[in-house]
Write a protein that binds this ligand. Structure first.
Ligand code: BG6
Length: 481
């Protein structure tokens, strides 16, 4: 993508993180800031903002623990926290925040370049954006960018409201909606894989491809995020964003060039060719008690302490895309929590050969090739194809040609590092544009209706049995089993 092809200039800047004492800041943002500032961003400064009444030193102590938990050596973490971190309680109001930002920029000789990072629950979003605007913080002598975490609204209409609230104070070039899947190397590589390798792209259409499946399976439950998750559920948490982004990159047309807008234009065009999904083509589920990896786990309702909860922790859906390239090809998307293992996989299933030469005892042995792209746990590709098993018989067996990212390149960078760096250099390719968000809500909103069945499944299984019928209806099965 363009950002990989040119050298960007990093200008001195201040990160203002709203929700700085939350889970995301602790697990992802602080370790990413630390690594980036060490390696690529230099001496930038972070001002944490949150509800807790903490001093700078108390915030540094908490952050230090988070960094040590993330594996940063003690002394290194201590030095960095002491130098880079500041804290401002939001209870003191936005005027105090404006003063504080001014003082830090003066002390650190910063030119007013600011990133406001909203790591906040959805209910705090609108007020924070409005207060930023009203207090004048959306303007500055330098550049100002705002980073917004998902969920971007709860459905189409609330997403439009959130967009309107942002648009009062920020224009599209300042808005960076994070979908951390776009920061994963394999996801970015989908474009290179498709558009730099004619071998695959020339077969990437309805004449050669029988079906496409994407599975985002997690073995974990909702952990400490029950309050958020019980309102969100699997459709808002994963389908509307991560799965939709994967789908768009797999199925979009080649962009005319690798600019942020050209790529996002193609993604939007693709999404526009998908009708709002029919709930009869989807299966929702919620896990009950079971065992994952040999360990007994409680059911979802017990985990979140809401025994009447009907929140889906699983969704599987099938649909087609109304374009010349994809007409009639079924796409299957699926995600769930408390499935047997953590795996994110795209399976492109090619058509079998038109004539079956190898039909031992009347049963055709030939399978369609499958291109398996794994994002988790190991990033890589595998092309599945049939070979002859040695011996007198003409017996076929399916094997794979594999490419592993880590084997080739060593450890992969963390998605948040990639994305935060892009925010600082103003590169928007890996961020979700307003029209993409709205198209995604348009497609999936029918799955948010109250009255839909939510089928129980046992924790540790691959979801409710009903989900198997989606591919079975077309003579397919889930590749991840
Ligand atoms: C987050 C969801 O966006 O993605 C979580 O809110 C989910 O529920 C997580 O667990 C999965 O991300 P990854 O990178 O671990 O696949």
């Amino acid at each position: 993508m363009t950002r990989r092809l040119k050298m960007e200039k990093v200008e001195p800047h201040l990160f203002v993180v709203f929700g700085a004492t939350g889970d995301l800041a602790k697990r992802k943002l602080l370790p990413a800031f630390h690594r980036l500032m060490k390696d690529r961003l230099g001496e930038s400064v972070v001002l944490g903002v949150a509800g807790s009444e903490l001093t700078d030193d108390e915030f540094r102590d908490r952050s230090l623990k988070a960094l040590i938990e993330a594996g940063v050596p003690d002394e290194d973490a201590q030095r960095w926290c002491g130098r880079a971190l500041h804290y401002q309680p939001i209870g003191e109001g936005f005027d105090a925040l404006v003063d504080r930002i001014g003082r830090i920029e003066e002390e650190e000789s910063l030119p007013g370049n600011r990133v406001f990072y909203l790591a906040l629950p959805p209910e705090a979003f609108d007020e924070t954006v409005t207060r930023l605007g009203e207090s004048g913080l959306s303007r500055s002598p330098g550049w100002v960018r705002i980073v917004v975490e998902k969920p971007f609204g709860e459905d189409l209409s609330s997403s439009r409201e959130a967009t309107a609230s942002l648009a009062r104070w920020f224009d599209e070039t300042q808005i960076f909606r994070i979908d951390h899947y776009l920061g994963k190397e394999t996801v970015q590589n989908l474009l290179v894989f498709r558009f730099a390798n004619l071998l695959f792209e020339s077969s990437w259409h309805r004449d050669r491809i029988a079906a496409v499946q994407v599975t985002v399976a997690e073995d974990g439950g909702v952990g400490t995020r029950g309050r958020y998750y019980d309102k969100a559920g699997a459709v808002r948490d994963i389908l509307q964003n991560h799965l939709t982004q994967l789908l768009a990159l797999i199925a979009m047309e080649p962009p005319v060039r690798l600019g942020a807008n050209e790529i996002r234009d193609e993604k939007v065009k693709l999404l526009r060719a998908i009708w709002p999904v029919d709930p009869d083509s989807a299966v929702l589920g919620q896990y009950g008690p079971g065992e994952v990896g040999g360990v007994p786990v409680p059911g979802y309702a017990e985990e979140v302490g809401n025994h009447d909860s009907r929140t889906p922790t699983f969704v599987a859906v099938t649909f087609t895309i109304d374009t010349w390239r994809w007409q009639g090809v079924p796409f299957y998307l699926r995600t769930g929590k408390r499935l047997p293992r953590r795996v994110t996989e795209i399976d492109v299933i090619f058509r079998p050969p038109p004539v079956c030469l190898f039909d031992e005892s009347g049963a055709c042995q030939v399978h369609g090739n499958v291109l398996r792209i794994t994002l988790q746990p190991d990033e890589g590709f595998e092309l599945r194809f049939d070979v002859k098993r040695p011996g007198d018989e003409m017996a076929l067996e399916t094997h794979g040609l594999r490419f592993g990212y880590e084997e080739a390149f060593g450890p992969m960078p963390e998605a948040y590092e990639t994305l935060l760096y892009d925010v600082v250099v103003g590169e928007q390719t890996l961020f979700v544009r307003t029209d993409e968000v709205e198209e995604a809500w348009r497609i999936w909103t029918p799955l948010l209706s109250e009255g839909l069945d939510v089928h129980p499944y046992t924790a540790g299984s691959f979801g409710p049995e009903q989900a198997d019928s989606l591919p079975h209806r077309r003579g397919h099965h889930w590749q991840v089993r």
